[in-house]
Design a protein around this ligand. Sequence first.
Ligand SMILES: C[S@@+](CC[C@H](N)C(=O)[O-])C[C@H]1O[C@@H](n2cnc3c(N)ncnc32)[C@H](O)[C@@H]1O
Length: 233
Amino acid sequence: MDTASYVARRGQIAHYFDRTAADAWAKLTSDAPVSKIRATVRAGRDRMRGTLLSYLPEDLTGKRLLDAGCGTGALAVEAARRGAHVTAIDLSPTLIDLARERTPVDGLQGRIDFTAGDMLDPALGEFDHVVAMDSLIHYTSPDMVRALAGLARRTRTSIVYTFAPKTPALAAMHAVGRLFPRGDRAPAIEPVSRRRMHGAIDRHAELNDWRVGRGEKITSGFYMSHAQELTRE
Ligand SMILES: C[S@@+](CC[C@H](N)C(=O)[O-])C[C@H]1O[C@@H](n2cnc3c(N)ncnc32)[C@H](O)[C@@H]1O
């Protein structure tokens, strides 16, 4: 599965989230005041988290859930509150440390296993549900679909994830992003149209028994991402 393009991009993402953007990411995912632009991103991300969680059963008692690319862990905490046993994994050890620190001390600790590493590591075991919020958007669409197939192999019921929709508005935002100094830039986001994404899923042999379910594009100022559910038939 690990194509050269996947490995190269994974290295850039790890460096970006663990070094370049770790402080900004810690702030964005906290309650600290942020610029107006970032506030729109924070609001969009809150809506996205709520939408992805709404695609999962309300009662997750006894279910194993993988938070694939968990960042600072907000979604993992909410899933654990709903009863799930969560494995929360991220490439960035810095963000994983922060996620551990931020986990409330109200009985949730034992229910979330925070780990630094690759979400596609088969050693993580099997899951009922996988959530990948904005963690696959930096991979090319063929690598993204291969990653979904890799996750599907270990998932019993559903995968909920996001992709960057290919729209003129998003292209404009990326053009603005390219004005930032090179060292501060995030690894490129790889927009893909819904039709192309779903076509690639339909054609992938290992995703034959998976069905494209609910979906919603979420836009809030400088945030735009598409929530998508995949369920095993
Ligand atoms: C945009 S952040 C989103 C974090 C979190 N899901 C959230 O919504 O707050 C993307 C995260 O995905 C992680 N990531 C990307 N590729 C990954 C991989 N192959 N394995 C584990 N984590 C990965 C990055 O390190 C980064 O923290």
